[in-house]
Every structure is written in C-alpha cells, then in structure tokens.
Write a protein that binds this ligand. Structure first.
Ligand code: ZN
Length: 297
C-alpha cells in the first residue's frame, strides 16, 4: 500500500511513515546522532533537497508515497521556499517541484514548520475540527495554525513594540516579536549572558533581567492578543526549546489585560512539549488532507 510520509527539515532532518495519525515504524534522522556533522546548518540547499529525496525513498521502501508533506522554516509560496532567515541556504529552493519530479505518484506538500506542528497537535489531540494555533520558541519564533490560513504565516515577526531601538530580529525588522523572544535575539541583547542565565538571574531578583522577562512575556501576550483580534479566541499552544522559560499564569494575566471585548475572551495558552514525531505527523496529515480535497473537487 502506498504510504503517507512526513518530513521535518530544520537543523536536522526527521522522516517517518504516518498511519492513522501515528508514526508507523522508526523515525529516520539525518545527520545521524554521533556522526561527523551535527546539523544541516552548513549543508547547501540543493544538497538538503537531495538528502530529503534519499531519506524519503529509504522510508517508503521503493514505492512512491501517496502523500508527502515537508515542514521547513520560512515563507512558503507555491511550494517554493521564498525566505528562510534561520536556514538561509533554503531561500529560492523549489522543493515541491523537485520532490514531485522524484515522486510522480505522490501528492507533495511543502509547509511552514510551525504549521506542521499545529497540524500535528490537532491530529494527535483529536482537534482537527477546530482552530489550533501554536508558538514555537527557539532560535527564531514560529507561528503555526491549523487549518492553515491564507497569507504568509510569519506571525513570529509581528510588531509588538514601537521602540525603534528594538532591532534584534533575525530578519532585520524593527520591533518584532522574534527580536525580543528569539534565542539569537536574547543573546544579542545580553552579550554577557546566555538566555538560561537571564531567566535565572530574574528569579534571583536582578532588575535588568526581571524587566526583560516581563517584556518577554508581554511580547508573547501582545502577539497572541493580535492573533485573537484577527482570528478570534481559542487555544494556543507554546512549544520549542525555550517554552521552558514560559510562566503560564503570568502570560495569561497579561493576555487578559490585552483582550477586553467579551466575544474575544476565553482564549487559553498551554505549554506543550512536542517532538519531531508531532511535526512529521502534521506534515503527513496536511499533505494527505490536501490531496483528498483536491481529489474530491
Ligand atoms: Zn523579524
């Protein structure tokens, strides 16, 4: 039987077969743990496409997959990676065309990595019938939603402050959420402290760090409030390596201060640990669902 395959291409590649919203078999990871290279950071874009093709062929055991979904960081336009600030060699890569040529029988779908996580959360928690939004907190800040909305989906670059001095975002834009919350941005702001130390110092009462931790939470509350004012209230998940810094009660308090119209209230933020598996499932489910939609129209 033709398989549905999901791929997550971030600092590493993770590929798996998905059946009934679950991973079937083992997840293939590249570069392998313990190998020479530890990330895709220095691998050229064309080579990354080759590696994806090879891993998918390996996982699909020779037969073309029925549906193939790939989550990558950046702006995806018609299957082309139009921009990818944190994995810049992907910019301009026509990944959908390349993979469709390699797997002619497959419905290929390229998605933003945060959207694959939102889809994966929806699929694994039985929430495919409602709006699921997710913030991913890492080097950069991702904003994902399921179902995918029209538009660029770059909510991590939402403007959350008008202070012209706020210019630490990886994209170069002024006042962005990522410029406050992103791991890279935090290191640029506190040249003498790692993010872990900033949050630890804040706990111990250091004023500069405490002020920043408040700003960090207000920025996320502000971006969430903006999403609510556009798309309505609902459930927001927070995930990624830096979700561990989130003080959920504080965040919900700030959010309540920012959203006052009664039809827009009732949103909820939850920190949720996710894995490669969630993103793989999300990529596969999105590809399978879009091919089912295309088939029925
Ligand atoms: Zn930005």
């Amino acid at each position: 039987m033709a398989r549905t395959i999901g791929v997550l291409a971030m600092e590493h590649l993770a590929v798996g077969v998905v059946e009934d919203n679950r991973i079937a078999g083992a997840i293939h990871v590249f570069p392998e743990k313990g190998g020479d290279a530890d990330s895709l950071r220095d691998v050229p874009g064309d080579e990354i496409a080759d590696i994806i093709r090879r891993e998918v062929r390996l996982v699909s055991q020779g037969a073309d997959p029925a549906a193939l979904g790939v989550g990558v960081p950046g702006v995806i336009l018609d299957g082309v990676i139009a921009e990818s600030p944190n994995l810049q060699q992907l910019k301009g890569l026509a990944l959908q065309t390349t993979l469709s040529a390699a797997f002619p029988g497959a419905a290929v779908r390229i998605l933003n990595d945060a959207d694959t996580i939102a889809a994966g959360i929806a699929a694994t928690r039985g929430e495919l019938d409602r709006l699921v939004r997710v913030w991913t907190l890492g080097t950069g800040i991702g904003y994902g939603r399921y179902p995918e909305g029209p538009g660029m989906g770059e909510g991590g670059h939402m403007v959350v402050t008008l202070d012209p001095k706020e210019r630490y975002c990886g994209c170069g834009g002024v006042g962005h959420l990522e410029g406050i919350m992103g791991h890279r941005a935090m290191r640029l702001r506190f040249l003498d402290l790692e993010p872990e130390e900033i949050f630890e110092n804040a706990r111990q009462g250091d004023e500069r760090c405490r002020d920043f931790v408040k700003l960090w939470h207000r920025a996320l509350a502000g971006a969430t409030a903006t999403s609510i004012h556009f798309d309505g209230p609902g459930k927001f998940y927070i995930t990624g390596p830096n979700a561990k810094f989130v003080d959920t009660p504080l965040l919900n308090l700030y959010l309540q201060e920012m959203v006052k119209m009664s039809p827009l209230q009732g949103s909820f933020l939850e920190v949720l640990e996710t894995s490669d598996a969630i993103a793989i499932i999300g990529a596969a489910v999105s590809a399978a669902r879009s091919s089912a939609r295309a088939g029925s129209s």
